[in-house]
Design a protein around this ligand. Structure first.
Ligand code: ATP
Ligand code: MG
Length: 869
C-alpha cells in the first residue's frame, strides 16, 4: 500500500465514524508560550482541552505535521542512529472533545489496524497504565477490560507512569494511555526472544505505533490531580512507522516516504545506502532533516539566530555536517533535494510546491555560510591541536568550538582522533551544563493556578469598536520570573485591549476601580485563545467593576502602521510582481517592518515607486471596509490575501482599503488619510530571497522630517548659506580632489630636489656609498627616494629618518650586491636601530622600515648606522 493511500484510509475511516477531517495546522505555534513547535497532534487543539474555545465538532481527525527537536519531546540526537525516530513526522490522530471515550477509541483503533489495514493480530501488543503511588492512582482497569475483548490477555502489558501516563505540560489536562506496539521481527528471531520482553526496550523492530490517551484529569500547579468534568480522547499514530509495517519493511527509511530522497542523496554523493554504518547514518540524517527544514521554511519559519529559527538552523547544520564528514560533500548539496521532496509530498502539502524556490534559496545560502564556518573552525581546531601540550584537548576549547562554530563534540572528537588526540569529554560536558544552567536561570518562571472569580465561557474582544468599557475580572494568576519579577495576568469578561498578534504589538492602558484605584496594563497577549492582560499588581477589590481604557495614542499609531503594511504589501505586489509574499511583519506605534520574498535588491527607483504608491492610496482617503465574519472561501474568492503558516478559522475577518484586501485580525485606521504620510527608511536582505523594508508613518514622519530639516539647516550654515547647497558641497569635493592632486605633485617635486641635494652628501666608507640623514618626507616619499637613489648610485647603504607628526620613522636601503657581499640585512638593521625610536619593524634584506613613538631617538639611530660598516 502506498503511503498516500495509507494516509487516505486513516482519514476515510474516521470520517465514516462521524469525525470532521481537518488539514494539518502550521508547525510553528504562535500563541503558546510553553511550546515552539507542534510536537504532537493535540497541540493545535490545546485551547479545546483547556476549555478556552469550542471545537467545530466534538469529533475530529487529521494528519498533523509534528517536530520533536526541542523542549520536553526532543528526538534530535536519536535521528539517523535509529530507524524509527524523526525530527519531522506526521501524526495521524482522532479526537473526542467530551464525546466518546475509551470504549470507542479502543474499538476503532483495533478495527482500523486489524480489519482495514489487515495487520496480523499476532504481531500486536498493547499496554495499560499500571497505576502510580505518587498520584494515588490505580491501574487503568477500565482500559484493561476493554482491551481483553479484542486481544489475548498475555498480549496486554502493564506500563509505568513514564510510558503510560500522558501529560501536556507541567500543568493542565492529562491522563492514562494505552500504547499499541508492533513486533515485525522475523519468525526466527521471534522464536529466540519473546516479543513481550522487547516492548518499550528501544528495539528497532518492536516499536510503538499508536498511543491512545484518555484525558480524564487536570494537573494543578501544586502537582495534585483533579477529575476533569469532560473527558477527552487524544490519539496519535506515527504515520511513517505505520507505513513501515504496512509496506513490510524493517525501517521507516525503507518506506516510499523516504526512498526517493535517499536515492537522490546516493546519486549526488556517489555513496550507496545499506553498505556502511556511518554512511547510512549520514544518509538517514540528511533525508530526515531536509524534510524538517523545508516544511518549516514553507510554514514561514526561516533559520535564524534566535528561538524557533535557531532550532531550524541547528537541524540544517547537523545535516550539513554529516554530509561534510561522512559523504565528503564540501559544497552545498542539500538544497538540491528540495525538488524530489516537493514532487513527492507536494500533493498532500502544496506549500512545498508553491514555495520551492524560496526553500531552495534559503537552504543553499545556509549551506554556503555554514561550510565557510566549518572551514574556519577546522583551521582553529588545527591550531588548538598544534598548541596543545598534551594529547588531550581541553573541554573548554572543545566547547568554544561547539559554541561559536557549531562543532558538536563528536565532530571535534573525530577530527582530533585522526591526528592522535582525544578530548576531555567531562570538561566539555561541564561547560555545557554551565551554559544550560545560565540560560535556565535567566528564563525560569513560575506560574500559579488560575484563581477563578466568575465562571465565564468566552472573553469577548470588543476592541475593534471601542477603546473603553466597564469590565469584570473573571480570573487571574500570578507569574514570577527572573526577568520581570512578580506580575499578574488578568482575564476579563470582555475586553477592548488588542492582544499581540498578526505582527501587531499588544495594547497598553489601564483599568480603574470605582474607588479611583488605577492598575496599569503593561501588555496584552493571547495564550491558547485567552486574552491575558499583564499588570504589576492586583486591584484591591477583585469583584469591583473596572473601567478598562486602552491607551489611545499607542493604539492609533499602531493602527496607522498596520494599515500601512497592507498598502505596502499591495504596492510591493504591484511594483515588483505577484511573486511577493509576506514573510513576517512587526507593527508598533513608532515604526513598521515588513519582510517579503523577492530575489533581488529593490532598486532606488522601485523603492520610490513603492513609497509613492502607498502615499497615493493615503491621499485617496480610502475608507476601511471590514467584514468581520465571512466564510474563508468567500473572502479568498473576493481576492483577499491570506498568509501561509497562519491559523484561520472557517469564518474570517477581511480588511479592505480600495483594492487592498487581506485576511487580518489587527486594528486599522478608519480611513487611509489618517496615516498622514508613509516613508521608507531602509530596505535590505535578511536571508536568501527574503527582503525587509522598515518604514514609518504618521507623527514619526513629522519627527523624521524635522530632524532632517534641522541637520540640513545646520549644514547650510556651515556652508555659509549658499543658494544651492548640493552644488556647494560638490564644489568643495572637487576643490578638495584638486588640492590633493597638487599636494601629491608638490611632494614628488620636493623628493626630487631632496634627492639632488642628498646625492651630494653621500660619502665613501670602506668602499660603500653611505648616507644617514633625517629628512622631511612621509613613508612613501622615503621609499621612492631610496629606490631612486639606489637606481643611480651603486653600492649604496642609505638610512633615512623622519618625524611624521610625532611618529618616528626609519628606513634602510642596501644595494643588492652589498647584501650578498657584506652580509648586510636591512631588516635586521632597522629592527636593531628601531630600539632608539622605541619601535620595531622589518622588511626585506635590501629594504626595510621601522616605526616608533620616539622621534627624539632618530639622530642617535642615524649615528649608530655607521657602525654596520
Ligand atoms: P517513542 O517512545 O517511540 O519515542 P513516544 O512515546 O515518544 O514514542 P508519543 O508521544 O506517544 O510517542 O507519540 C505518538 C506516536 O507518534 C508514537 O506512537 C509514534 O508512532 C509516533 N512518534 C513519536 N515520536 C516520533 C518520532 N520522533 N518520529 C516518528 N514517529 C514518532
Ligand atoms: Mg518519544
Amino acid at each position: 500500500m502506498k503511503s498516500q493511500d495509507i494516509r487516505d484510509k486513516f482519514l476515510k475511516f474516521f470520517e465514516s465514524k462521524q469525525h470532521l477531517i481537518v488539514p494539518s495546522a502550521p508547525m510553528v505555534l504562535k500563541d503558546d508560550p510553553t511550546l515552539m513547535f507542534v510536537n504532537s497532534g493535540m497541540a493545535p487543539f490545546k485551547e479545546y482541552f483547556l476549555g478556552n474555545a469550542d471545537p467545530k465538532k466534538n469529533r475530529i481527525a487529521d494528519s498533523q505535521k509534528c517536530l520533536r527537536v526541542s523542549g520536553k519531546h526532543n528526538d534530535l540526537e536519536e535521528v539517523g542512529y535509529d530507524t524509527y525516530h524523526h525530527t519531522l513526522f506526521e501524526m495521524l490522530g482522532n479526537w473526542s472533545f467530551g464525546d466518546y471515550f475509551k470504549k470507542e477509541a479502543i474499538a476503532w483503533a483495533w478495527e482500523l489496524l486489524t480489519e482495514v489495514y489487515g495487520i496480523d493480530k499476532d504481531i500486536l501488543y498493547v499496554t495499560v497504565f499500571e497505576g502510580s503511588d505518587d498520584d494515588s492512582l490505580d491501574v487503568d482497569q477500565e482500559a484493561y477490560d476493554i482491551w481483553k475483548q479484542y486481544i489475548s490477555e498475555d498480549r496486554i502489558l502493564m506500563g509505568n507512569k513514564k510510558d503510560n501516563f500522558w501529560e501536556m505540560g507541567d500543568q493542565g489536562p492529562c491522563g492514562p494511555c494505552s500504547e499499541i506496539h508492533v513486533d515485525i521481527r522475523s519468525a526466527d528471531d521471534k522464536a529466540k526472544v519473546d516479543g513481550k520482553s522487547l516492548v518499550n526496550m528501544d528495539h528497532p523492530q518492536v516499536v510503538e505505533i499508536w498511543n491512545l490517551v484518555f484525558m480524564q484529569y487536570n494537573r494543578k500547579a501544586n502537582g495534585s490531580l483533579e477529575i476533569l468534568p469532560n473527558k477527552h480522547i487524544d490519539t496519535g499514530m506515527g504515520f511513517e512507522r505505520l507505513c513501515m509495517v504496512l509496506q513490510d519493511v524493517q525501517s521507516n527509511y525503507d518506506t516510499d516516504v523516504f526512498t526517493p530522497i535517499i536515492r537522490e542523496i546516493e546519486t549526488i554523493s556517489g555513496k550507496g545506502y545499506g553498505k556502511d554504518d556511518k554512511t547510512d547514518i549520514a544518509i538517514r540524517v540528511i533525508s530526515d532533516h531536509v524534510r524538517a527544514v523545508a516544511f518549516s521554511i514553507a510554514d514561514g519559519q526561516l533559520p535564524s539566530n534566535t528561538g524557533a529559527g535557531y532550532v531550524i538552523r541547528r537541524i540544517l547544520r547537523r545535516a550539513i555536517r554529516y554530509g561534510f564528514t561522512f559523504l565528503n560533500q564540501k559544497e552545498p548539496f542539500i538544497y538540491k533535494l528540495t525538488d524530489t521532496l516537493s514532487k513527492q509530498m507536494g500533493t498532500a502539502f502544496p506549500e512545498l510546491k508553491n514555495q520551492k524556490r524560496l526553500i531552495e534559496n534559503v537552504i543553499k545560502e545556509e549551506e554556503h555560510s555554514f561550510l565557510r564556518t566549518l572551514d574556519q573552525g577546522l583551521l582553529l581546531l588545527d591550531r588548538v591541536i598544534e598548541n596543545s601540550k598534551s594529547e588531550t584537548i581541553s573541554g573548554t576549547k572543545a566547547f568554544e568550538l561547539y559554541d561559536t562554530y557549531g562543532f558538536p563534540l563528536d565532530l571535534t572528537q573525530l577530527i582530533a582522533k585522526e591526528k592522535g588526540y582525544t578530548i576531555d569529554e567531562a570538561g566539555f560536558n561541564a561547560e555545557m551544563k554551565k551554559q544550560k544552567d545560565r540560560s535556565r536561570a535567566a528564563s525560569a518562571s513560575e506560574t500559579s493556578d488560575w484563581v477563578v472569580l466568575k465562571e465565564d465561557d468566552t472573553e469577548e474582544f470588543i476592541g475593534y469598536d471601542t477603546l473603553a468599557v466597564d469590565v469584570k475580572l473573571t480570573r487571574y494568576r500570578k507569574v514570577t520570573s527572573k526577568k520581570e519579577g512578580e506580575q499578574y495576568q488578568l482575564v476579563f469578561n470582555m475586553t477592548p485591549f488588542y492582544p499581540e498578534g498578526g505582527g501587531q504589538v499588544g495594547d497598553k492602558g489601564s483599568i480603574e476601580a470605582s474607588n479611583g484605584e488605577v492598575i496599569y496594563i503593561l501588555d496584552t497577549k493571547k495564550e491558547n485563545n485567552v486574552i491575558i492582560h499583564i499588570a504589576k499588581n492586583l486591584p484591591e477589590h477583585l469583584n469591583d467593576t473596572f473601567r478598562a481604557e486602552v491607551n489611545e495614542e499607542h493604539r492609533r499609531l499602531s493602527a496607522s502602521n498596520h494599515t500601512a503594511t497592507h498598502l505596502l504589501h499591495q504596492a510591493l505586489r504591484t511594483v515588483l510582481g505577484e511573486h511577493v509574499e509576506q514573510k513576517g511583519s512587526l507593527v508598533r506605534p513608532k515604526s513598521l517592518r515588513f519582510d517579503f520574498s523577492h530575489y533581488a535588491k529593490v532598486e532606488p527607483d522601485q523603492l520610490q515607486q513603492i513609497e509613492d504608491f502607498v502615499n497615493a492610496r493615503i491621499k485617496e482617503n480610502l475608507p476601511l471596509e471590514e467584514q468581520r465574519n465571512i466564510p474563508m472561501q468567500k473572502a479568498l474568492d473576493e481576492g483577499a490575501l491570506a498568509l501561509f503558516g497562519e491559523k484561520y478559522g472557517d469564518t474570517v475577518r477581511a480588511i479592505r482599503f480600495g483594492q487592498s484586501m487581506e485576511l487580518c485580525g489587527g486594528t486599522h485606521v478608519p480611513n487611509t488619510g489618517d496615516i498622514w504620510h508613509f516613508k521608507i527608511k531602509s530596505e535590505g536582505a535578511i536571508a536568501a530571497g527574503i527582503r525587509r523594508i522598515e518604514a514609518i508613518t504618521n507623527m514619526a514622519v513629522g519627527d523624521y522630517f524635522e530632524t532632517i530639516d534641522k541637520e540640513y539647516q545646520a549644514l547650510k550654515e556651515v556652508l555659509k548659506n549658499p543658494n544651492e547647497p548640493v552644488k556647494a558641497v560638490e564644489n568643495l569635493q572637487s576643490e578638495n580632489a584638486d588640492l590633493k592632486k597638487q599636494i601629491e605633485q608638490l611632494l614628488k617635486d620636493k623628493a626630487k630636489n631632496v634627492k639632488g641635494d642628498l646625492k651630494n652628501e653621500i660619502v665613501d666608507v670602506n668602499g660603500v656609498n653611505f648616507i644617514a640623514k633625517k629628512v622631511d618626507l612621509d613613508a612613501s616619499g622615503i621609499k621612492d627616494l631610496c629606490f631612486e637613489l639606489g637606481g643611480e648610485v651603486d653600492n649604496l647603504f642609505a638610512i633615512f629618518g623622519a618625524d611624521n607628526n610625532g611618529k618616528a620613522l626609519l628606513s634602510c636601503y642596501i644595494s643588492k650586491s652589498l647584501v650578498a657581499e657584506k652580509d648586510l640585512n636591512a631588516g635586521t638593521i632597522v629592527r636593531e636601530l628601531g630600539k632608539h625610536i622605541q619601535g620595531g619593524g622589518g622588511g626585506q634584506p635590501f629594504f626595510a622600515t621601522a616605526g616608533g613613538k620616539n622621534p627624539d631617538g632618530i639622530e642617535e639611530a642615524l649615528k649608530a648606522a655607521k657602525n654596520y660598516l
